[in-house]
Design a protein around this ligand. Structure first.
Ligand code: CA
Ligand code: CA
Ligand code: CA
Ligand code: CA
Length: 298
């Protein structure tokens, strides 16, 4: 079984940090222009954590306690060494299994912190452990200067994705593209943003580069399937297979809330959020002003 999983793993696109040591080997393993700790994929690696979370020197006096957070926490992941030893995680690694999700996050979400195949998102999307502290909103429509709604949508791997996991992910802005599988300009935009077609690079060459480098998060939301019906995991998987990009989640608006919520008036519809998920720009009649703004920024 281990061999089978390893073989399956080998058939996947290389992702920096997928294999042990990739975040400290001085090589841009996934060839996205970011090496080791500069690659957002490595953010959760212990070797990329800041100095304040480096292992403490030995000889510290135990402060007592055997719970999850009391006592010496050598790797600074919030779990005591003693507790980590009791549950089988590595007290010297914040992310024991190297799947990009820290040990305490996996415990919170119920995935196995010692198994890289058991992870919060199969797609390696970001995770925001503080999302419950975000203000949120109950406004019926997205408003400029206000937080975007906290929605949970299924992705191309069948995982239910909490949009707020994309907030504060390395301090980068977020674009949500609302489209359907059959809208031709949406198909063109997806070809461009995934690097399959470069014709729009005459106007906005920096935008796909920023997505590829992890400096801009791009989320595709499908509001209909190919027959105009409700999209699901399979719709997203098909779309992802047609326009593949390992950093772009494809989400299904199965409850049909997006068209009204973003006040969709133009296909495809873009909305630009800052790192706190506050709406910075929305599409009114054309997505071009948002792409112009992003081109200026990157
Ligand atoms: Ca620890
Ligand atoms: Ca640990
Ligand atoms: Ca992990
Ligand atoms: Ca895991």
């Amino acid at each position: 079984m281990v061999l089978l999983l390893a073989l399956i793993g080998c058939s996947q696109p290389v992702v920096e940090g997928d294999a042990p040591g990739e975040c400290s080997d001085g090589v841009d393993n996934d060839q996205n222009g970011s090496t080791d700790c500069d690659d957002p994929r490595c953010a959760a690696e212990a070797s990329c954590a800041d100095a304040s979370s480096a292992p403490l020197p030995g000889g510290d006096t135990p402060t007592g306690g055997s719970g999850g957070s009391a006592g010496i926490d050598s790797d600074g992941d919030g779990l005591s060494d003693q507790y980590e030893l009791s549950i089988g995680t590595d007290p010297n690694l914040m992310d024991t299994d190297g799947d990009t999700y820290l040990d305490p996050w996996e415990l919170t979400e119920g995935t196995d912190p010692t198994d890289p195949h058991s992870r919060i998102y199969q797609g390696y999307w970001p995770y925001n452990p503080d999302k419950d502290l975000m203000p949120g909103t109950s406004a019926p429509t997205a408003e400029l200067g206000a937080p975007f709604q906290r929605l949970q949508l299924v992705d191309q791997y069948g995982d239910t994705v909490d949009l707020y996991d994309f907030a504060y992910a390395g301090g980068v802005p977020v674009v949500i593209m609302t489209t359907t599988t059959w809208v031709s300009p949406g198909q063109t935009m997806s070809k461009w943003i995934t690097g399959m077609d470069s014709s729009w690079n005459d106007y906005w060459p920096s935008v796909p580069r920023a997505v590829e480098a992890g400096e801009l998060l791009w989320i595709t939301v499908l509001v209909e399937d190919g027959l105009g019906g409700s999209p699901d995991e399979a719709t997203c998987a098909d779309y992802d297979a047609t326009y593949p990009h390992d950093l772009i989640p494809v989400l299904a608006d199965g409850e049909a809330v997006f068209v009204d919520y973003v006040q969709l008036n133009f296909w495809p519809h873009l909305i630009l959020l800052d790192e706190a998920f506050v709406v910075e720009m929305t599409t009114v009649g054309s997505y071009e002003p948002i792409l112009d703004e992003l081109e200026n920024r990157f």
